[in-house]
Design a protein around this ligand. Structure first.
Ligand code: GTP
Length: 323
């Protein structure tokens, strides 16, 4: 049975200020943390054991996910005192797995900031059929200039990892979900800072090891910026808004624009909430008017407050403009 590693330890600098109090993978999308969406996807693929590779704000993961039994999974936690980069994090997290009992079972690695509906089960099957060392999910984008691109041959074998360029040779990019043969992870030195994308994958390809690209054009979004996070949340919401259990909305309030409300959110009389992401246990008082705002959990929005494009949190003295 394949096991999974979730990379959740980055600083998420492009998502500031949203990541000043929460790691990027714990930010809510349609009411649930990005990581929880990924755990549910891993579960659908038959994965039962997951290691969360934590570093920045590591302490927030265990209280939320515990031992994983709520999802009928086994969840373990690896900690890097200083972030080890994506490759170093994978090597460190792999140390939590029992390689003897794993045998040849593949290890599936998820970038912790990607929403993807591709079939992880089919990706694993493709990887095994090709006897690959590593298999990356590849996605075609309209304009690959902003990304590194990943050309493959007719068999799907990766021929190079190319940095960003003005005239990309292919529109296929790394979609951030990898399947590894366990032996490959031994090639990464334990405790060193290593980038899987910039060091490990190019080195594997250069040394002639079998690295494959699995192409599936499913819904896919990297939620690495505030605009992308809001889009990801809106994409998952059917209807005008989504509210988690325990939330209450006064009949005179208006909630629209595919806003997402966490657990136990109260929207009081005459309040207007448009295109917002609201965390758990937030109280929005009478007549407040928020548009395209991110409200961190446990915050009270005072009566009559009017804000557009702001990050609001009880632990910061002044709201911060969203980029
Ligand atoms: P930016 O600072 O905005 O680039 O975001 P980031 O720090 O999250 O980096 P990036 O988007 O490249 O990371 C991809 C995924 O890997 C994210 O889910 C990160 O949480 C995770 N990640 C990045 N660096 C590390 C690291 O050093 N350790 C661990 N455990 N995870 C990491």
């Amino acid at each position: 049975m394949a096991v999974g590693i979730l990379l959740v330890g980055g600083f998420g600098t492009r998502l500031k200020p949203l990541t000043s109090e929460s790691p990027k993978p714990m930010l809510p999308v349609a009411g649930l943390p990005v990581t929880e969406h990924q755990i549910l996807a891993a579960k659908r693929a038959g994965i039962k054991t997951l290691v969360l590779a934590t570093s920045y704000l590591s302490e927030v993961f265990t209280p939320y996910f515990g031992d994983g039994s709520k999802w009928d999974m086994k969840i373990l936690y690896a900690l890097e005192k200083e972030p080890l980069g994506t490759g170093g994090a994978i090597r460190n997290a792999a140390g939590m797995l029992d390689f003897e009992s794993l045998g040849d079972e593949p290890i599936v690695v998820f970038n912790g900031d990607v929403l993807s509906r591709h079939s992880i089960a089919n990706q694993i099957e493709f990887h095994q059929a090709k006897n690959a060392d590593a298999t990356l999910h590849l996605i075609d984008v309209e304009d690959a200039r902003a990304f590194g691109c990943v050309p493959t041959d007719d068999e799907g074998r990766v021929t190079a990892f190319l940095e960003k360029m003005d005239n990309p040779v292919t529109n296929s990019i790394n979609a951030g979900c990898y399947v590894f043969h366990p032996s490959v992870l031994d090639l990464i030195p334990l405790g060193d800072v290593v980038s899987i994308e910039r060091e490990t994958f190019p080195a594997l390809v250069e040394s002639g090891r079998p690295v494959f690209g699995y192409k599936e054009q499913a819904y896919w979004l990297d939620v690495g910026t505030p605009a992308a996070l809001f889009k990801g949340s809106r994409d998952l919401i059917e209807g005008d808004f989504h509210a988690m259990a325990g939330s209450s909305i006064d009949p005179s309030a208006v909630v629209t624009g595919k806003s997402s409300l966490g657990r136990n959110v109260t929207v009081s009389k005459g309040a207007v909430i448009d295109d917002c992401i609201i965390g758990d246990n937030v109280k929005i008082e009478n007549g407040a008017h928020l548009s395209h705002c991110f409200v961190f959990r446990d915050t009270i929005i005072e009566a009559g407050l009017e804000k557009s494009r702001y990050y609001l949190s009880s632990s910061i003295s002044e709201p911060i403009n969203l980029p």
